[in-house]
Write a protein that binds this ligand. Structure first.
Ligand code: FE2
Length: 343
């Protein structure tokens, strides 16, 4: 199943990867695989379902995250997308590559079996793979992810700022609850003084970085077309934390109960999570509204930045078209209306 790949995780026997405790970098061999070559990436961009590919552009000011804008991929071929991201100012999240491309399924399996071999105490489940392809000077604003992940860097170079997890000065507890409960897309406010608490890493091909669950981070590409494989996973402790934050959010905001403790173990934490699970079974946990991605920008590999304005916009991006339609409301304004079940 995974026999086509050489040993990919390059840690010595004495060098355990202590995932989750602190930011850590290790060596790997993904950059030696031809599934990341120009031609392989073009084929993947051509064949990957467009409702599983999000394209964004961004500005250059870390404090102005409103410049993070979706870009529509309709009508763009794999070559167009590749040329646009190679020369422009774009960021592509190519979701669930392991479900649509067997080499990535094999790669994901292989990486996690090697991780488990190198760390017998590491037990995880629900692993997913997102391929990230981004322009030479692209950046990702300060944010925190709900689940733990590993970023296997393959092409180009980038600088990563990693901040301590569970620091109330860096990220508000209520925002973290919103991230866990899928009410927001990981975005959190950033201030320059946060950098005093950051550790900065320069990431090059053949290096993988991991940080503790929920550690805020921001990323700037430094040079070359950047390609990374992001692998997201869950563990018993990471699921417990998610339950704790979701339970606090529900019990405090919906039922006005004094639930704020983020303690993840002990009788009261267990009771709180059991209560949340019970509420969920009874259908008493509100489902977060889905987000429609609407834009006035579309891919154009010939244009500066790799995109151009849509004169007769706005449009729903290809990513959102399966779930929403654009309709005029009674005041004549365009609004996205959900039309299908959540994916
Ligand atoms: Fe992230």
């Amino acid at each position: 199943m995974t026999g086509n790949y050489p040993n990919l995780l390059r840690v010595t026997k004495n060098e355990r990867l202590r995932l989750g405790l602190a930011p850590v970098i290790a060596k790997h061999g993904l950059h030696e695989l031809d599934i990341f070559s120009d031609s392989a990436l073009i084929h993947l961009l051509e064949t990957h379902p467009r409702d599983q590919l999000q394209a964004f552009t961004m500005g250059t000011d870390w404090e102005n995250r409103h410049e993070w804008q979706p870009v529509d991929t309709a009508g763009a071929s794999g070559v167009d997308l590749f040329n646009a991201v190679s020369k422009g100012h774009l960021w592509f999240n190519i979701f669930r590559v392991h479900l649509f491309h067997s080499p990535f399924r094999d790669l994901l399996n292989r990486l996690f079996s090697e991780l488990t071999e190198a760390n017998p105490d590491f037990h995880c489940f629900n692993q997913t793979g997102t391929l990230i392809v981004s322009s030479p000077k692209a950046l990702v604003y300060y944010h925190a992810d709900a689940q733990p992940n590993l970023l296997w860097h393959v092409r180009g170079s980038k600088r990563v700022w990693v901040y301590p997890a569970e620091d109330a000065e860096l990220i508000d507890q209520e925002l973290m609850e919103d991230i866990f409960a899928s009410y927001i897309d990981e975005e959190v406010p950033y201030r320059r003084e946060f950098d005093e608490k950051a550790i900065v890493f320069d990431l090059n091909p053949g290096e993988v970085i991991s940080w503790p669950q929920n550690s805020p981070h921001r990323i700037r590409n430094v040079g070359g077309l950047n390609v990374s494989f992001s692998t997201i996973y869950e563990t018993e402790p990471s699921s417990r934390r998610k339950l704790t934050y979701c339970a606090n959010r529900l019990l405090r905001r919906t039922y006005h109960l004094p639930a704020r403790s983020t303690k993840e173990t002990g009788i009261s934490a267990r009771l709180k999570c059991l209560t949340y699970r019970g509420f969920r079974k009874l259908g008493l946990v509100p489902v977060p509204p889905r987000r429609a991605y609407i834009t006035r920008l579309r891919i154009n590999p010939e244009a500066a930045g790799g995109f151009e304005p849509i004169d007769d916009g706005p449009v729903l991006t290809e990513f959102s078209k399966k779930e929403f339609v654009l309709k005029k409301d009674r005041w004549g304004r365009l609004a996205a209306v959900a039309q299908a079940k959540p994916r």
